[in-house]
Design a binder for this molecule. Sequence first.
Ligand code: PGA
Length: 254
Amino acid sequence: MKNIIVANWKMHGTREDWVSWATSSKEISKKCENVDVVLCAPSAAFSTVEEVVEGEYSIHLGGQSVHEREQGAFTGETSVSMLKEFGAKYSLIGHSEYRKMFNIKEGQLKGQIEQCLATGITPILCIGESAEEREQGKTNAVLKAQLEESLKDVHFLAEQKIVIAYEPVWGISSVASKTPEVADIEGVFSFINSELSASFEGVCKSIQLCYGGSVDAGNVERFMAELGIHGVLVGSASLKSDVFQDIVRKVNQI
Ligand code: PGA
């Protein structure tokens, strides 16, 4: 399985920016065939990104969230079939900003993952503890609960995969008081790995583990090499074309 670099554009950009970010990402992805690039764009940018990446092999459109129902009276939401209309292959599920804004309840994310799987969208499940939970020593308990709540009894077909992105809320650049170091988080990945094999063995044969939180061109190689992960989720650095290209280039060389 190729390593993966997920850009999370959040609620940023104009049409001109989307064309420019998508085009420069496509250019670098053509030269970096060892990695998959996923552009998680706001829904207003779907058709713009689709036009740029259509027919490409290693770069894909992704959503930032989906609704847990197929369709209906859910103002402001996006269904998986809408994502599919634009050729999307992935969607973030349960990003910490989304969890907080929409006060996500137990079971909702599981429904969203099931919707993704039913339509061939690969879910990128985001998990991570807050600064307060970390200080109270609750990191593992929080991650365990988040994994259980989202994945318990979810049925994956043999060919389906899931991306699990560990993003400590305190490490996201818009709120981070300090850039996370490998030493701050390395134990967490062994916990996630052991949890996945203890409780979710056989749930999904193909799991890609990623790290997200203040990833940039200066630290990406360290995170990739020392955490033993399969990719990164990149927020603010994905809005700077040259920096994002550098990140893709570096991950491609690993
Ligand atoms: P960041 O954001 O790279 O700006 O820290 C990551 C994210 O929120 O997905």
